[in-house]
Ligand binder design. Sequence first.
Ligand code: ATR
Length: 281
Amino acid sequence: MNAIDRYAVLGQPIAHSKSPRIHQLFAEQTGECLQYSALEVPAEQFTDVVTSFFANDGKGLNCTVPLKELAWAYAECKTERAQLAKAVNTLALQKDGSVLGDNTDGIGLVTDLKHNHGIVLSGRRILILGAGGASRGIILPLLEEVPEFIVIANRTLAKAQQLVTEFAGKGSVSACSYTDLKGQSFDLIINATSSSLTHELPPLPEGLLANQGSCYGLAYSNKATVFVIWGLENKALKSLDGLGMLVEQAAEAFYIWRGIRPKTAPIIDLLNAERYFATQL
Ligand code: ATR
């Protein structure tokens, strides 16, 4: 009898992760037989856990904070988007026994923006707030949509400038500090800072969001984040959090592993309904 194909998400902490539920829903929807669990893994045990996982019927892993850079180093071969992101969120066992590393975060964001929310990226002025790992993962897929330009604003300017150096050959991208944002306006503002975790916002000047512009925060929560509220207060056409991106990046990983693309809309609707009712209790 063949053993059931095993998948898991690794991180620390991991108890809050919605990934097991999302992949279980994908498996039910597509009729795929698999098991997906969440494993709390400290960074120093990462290599041993991953090696043992793939040696014991493990077919694929998702890696989240703080393990994406370690997953990048572990993967024997990588897609271009993962290579440039210097972070891997999806590991897949290949037929020849090697492990492929990919980063599906950026494509998950682009799919959610374009297909789920009808937000046009081509020819638009895009501002990314933050220059950490989350920003690094989304720059190439956004540049591939050929926006007019991308500006990366960060508290520590040197980190934004470093990203510009790495991605300059891929499209129009520049760096600035938050004070330099005064007088500029953008069609889409993406919050990729970790400031939502502490319910803080970077200092954003008035008039930063163009008329009919939209806001997208990569973080998600049952309640509106401070950035989603900032977008609403600044008359955003759409002010969204990252729940759709979470489901879309998972769908892309599922496709890499199983060769089948699940329908994401019903899953996003279900998770949105669940979090709506969670706030009513
Ligand atoms: P992640 O992997 O989530 O991107 P990270 O690599 O630690 O985490 O990066 C966090 C990002 O959020 C950085 O751009 C950080 O700015 P600095 O590089 O200047 O530290 C940004 N950040 C965190 N808290 C912030 C705050 N309160 N205001 C503005 N930016 C903040």
